[in-house]
Design a protein. Structure first.
Length: 385
């Protein structure tokens, strides 16, 4: 009889241990992802760029280029392309910088006009609803003016007060130097990690086959087959998402730039790509896509241009997400909306803005692993649509 309570206690302890270990492991993983986010973001960005450039490397390999040479050529062309885009963006930004006073004045006029309209509407509404209260406030204002006039007369008759000298200025104790140093230090870390991205992309492309074979050596028997399927599923799903979004964003950028150029919107080749790629941000893509062209339209400041910008951006956003996105991306990335929302919240909390951009491909890769591992298939079905 005494052994039964002892066995129950042992079983309860074992069950608690089995439940506690995954919770502790999850906490450790979240902590590592949070505190090492600069390293993981850099690696994830390099992987995303490698997936975008991999089709071009494969195309050169069909022309009998060695993989290392094909990767070098593709990376060099990509860097040259980024350099040309940077020069174009710099020229556009320099023009915006020169016209900043004009933009500031126009925005100030718009804000003042909007504020005056709101105040006039509030005053008319207040007079219609509470006319007696306005008369009472006017009487109180007149009484306050009369009392202030009496106080001024009394103050003229009284002797002038003696003012004490102002206290000497105290030194500010705000550690500006330490603040600037911490900011510069973080900027230096970001710049340092970003400088590794071209090298990471090149090695990922040139050593892709070797990395795959070496990774599979960690597994044996059936586990190796599961690992190969998981790796292939991750590659296909992430490539479909990344390359599909890149092509869709490129199409939106070109279309937006041409439309803005036709209506003579200032800086169309800067605000067009910004609007096109921002339109792909989940949930908040539409308002973000409107901001750059609306800011550029302030220089024109006509109602027709504002209406054209809003209608064109809305139409492009709706066509892209409802017609093109399901055919290009949605056929392979099967995630339900609830999981997408939670993934955006989680990765946004861990990695801020880069986490919002990388949330869906990371979650899609996790789903690919769960779909191929027998014990994790219920989680894969939960993540799926």
């Amino acid at each position: 009889m005494a052994s039964k309570p002892l066995n129950d206690t042992v079983n309860a302890v074992q069950e608690a241990r089995h439940l506690a270990l995954p919770v502790v492991a999850m906490g450790v993983v979240i902590a590592v992802l949070y505190f090492g986010r600069l390293f993981f973001i850099t690696s994830a960005v390099a992987v995303v760029i490698a997936f975008i450039l991999e089709p071009f490397v494969t195309l050169l390999m069909r022309a009998r280029f060695p993989r290392s040479l094909a990767a070098f050529v593709v990376c060099s062309v990509a860097l040259l392309f980024l350099y040309v885009i940077g020069l174009g963006a710099y020229s556009q930004l320099s023009g915006i910088y020169e016209n900043l006073p004009t933009y500031g004045q126009r925005i100030g006029d718009l804000v003042d006009g909007f504020r005056q309209k709101i105040q006039s509407v509030e005053e008319r509404t207040y007079r219609m609803v509470i006319p007696g209260r306005l008369r009472q406030q006017e009487e109180e204002r007149l009484k306050a003016q009369q009392a202030a006039a009496k106080n001024r007369k009394a103050s003229k008759a009284a002797p002038p007060p003696v003012f004490a000298p102002p206290p000497p200025p105290t030194e500010e104790r705000i550690p500006i130097g330490e603040y600037l140093y911490s900011r510069l230090n973080s900027f230096y870390e970001i710049l340092l990690m970003a400088s590794f991205i071209p090298f990471l992309v090149y090695f990922m492309l040139s050593w892709r086959d070797h990395i795959n074979r070496s990774f599979l050596q960690f597994f044996h028997g059936e586990d190796r087959l599961v690992a190969a399927r998981s790796l292939q599923g991750i590659a296909e799903m992430v490539r479909a998402f990344v390359v599909g979004n890149f092509l869709l964003g490129l199409l939106l950028a070109v279309t937006s730039s041409m439309m803005f150029w036709i209506v003579r919107l200032p800086y169309p080749f800067l605000v067009g790509p910004l609007s096109g790629f921002l339109s792909l941000v989940p949930y908040v893509g539409l308002p973000l896509a409107m901001l750059p062209p609306l800011f550029s339209a302030v220089a024109v400041n006509t109602v027709a241009v504002y209406v054209f910008v809003m209608i064109s951006v809305c139409l492009l956003h709706l066509i892209a997400l409802n017609i093109l996105y399901p055919k290009i991306v949605g056929s392979r990335v099967h995630l339900n909306p609830l999981v997408v929302t939670f993934s955006l919240m989680l990765w946004g909390f861990l990695w801020d803005a880069p986490g919002l951009l990388l949330a869906i491909p990371l979650t899609a890769g996790l789903k690919a692993v769960c779909d191929n591992v027998r014990g994790l298939r219920p989680i894969g079905k939960f993540l799926g649509d």
